[in-house]
Design a protein around this ligand. Structure first.
Ligand code: MN
Length: 238
């Protein structure tokens, strides 16, 4: 599997509170919140915790990966929450979307409104569900997906990392066939590009780094109203 990624401050914000990390089997994106340095700290603490929990493990087929993902996210939550309390940073928190790939199965853990997508041969499927007020409104039929992009509540999360003493991550597992892949991204990408537009870039993707940068360029061409982060993984054709 080949993995690449990029992050950009965008065209409006002055600091980048998004963070990402990857190696050849672990992908992470986080979108920090809380203003000033709080968001950056929250995202960084979450990333460090997950890297520490998963990064050094030898994961053989049959390893309890989903359990490891669940406890890594809980530990990240605990550490961000503790840090916020220690430093008196009210409202500090972050999204966290991560994937560990073992034996061509992606184990995804997720809190917040960053996203994981399964890149397939003919389409792209959103794996995660946003923990946001607008996602719930779309689900219950209150507003359309297009209206969600401009809705006044679009930044309100229903679940975030580090804002409560404990958190429950959504967990998913997805089989990756040869030629398929994963996209993890923050809302700075999905707020300005449709899934269709994102897929048009990814379906031709051979170099994950170049694809992540191309997605960021497109989001910036749409005004880049938020920080933008994309991590792309591609499973080789057999
Ligand atoms: Mn964002």
């Amino acid at each position: 599997m080949r993995v690449g990624g990029a992050s950009d401050v965008g065209r409006v914000r002055t600091i980048n509170e998004d963070a990402f990390w990857f190696d050849d089997r672990l992908l992470i994106v986080a979108d920090g919140m809380g203003g000033h340095v709080a968001g950056e700290v929250a995202a960084a603490v979450a990333l460090e915790t997950v890297k520490e929990a998963i990064g050094s493990l030898r994961l053989q087929p049959g390893a309890p990966v989903q359990e490891l993902v669940r406890s890594a996210v809980r530990e990240a939550n605990r550490r961000v929450f503790e840090r916020a309390r220690r430093d008196g940073l009210d409202g500090m928190g972050t999204t966290l979307t991560m994937a560990v790939v073992v034996d061509r199965v992606a184990y995804v853990g997720h809190v917040g409104d960053s996203r994981a997508y399964h890149i397939q041969k003919e389409r792209m499927v959103q794996i995660t569900e946003d923990h946001s007020v607008v996602a719930e409104l779309v689900k219950t039929g209150g507003i359309s997906a297009a209206e969600a992009h401009t809705h006044p509540y679009r930044n309100l999360l229903t679940r975030a990392l580090g804002t409560t003493p404990d958190v429950v991550a959504d967990l998913y597992s997805v089989s990756l066939d040869p030629g398929e892949g994963l996209l993890l991204c923050t809302d700075g990408l999905t707020a300005v590009l449709t899934d269709e537009e994102i897929y048009r870039v990814l379906e031709q993707c051979r170099d994950p780094d170049a694809c992540a940068r191309r997605l960021i360029d497109l989001a910036n061409a749409r005004g880049g109203p938020d920080n933008i982060t994309a991590v792309v993984a591609l499973v080789e054709e057999s």
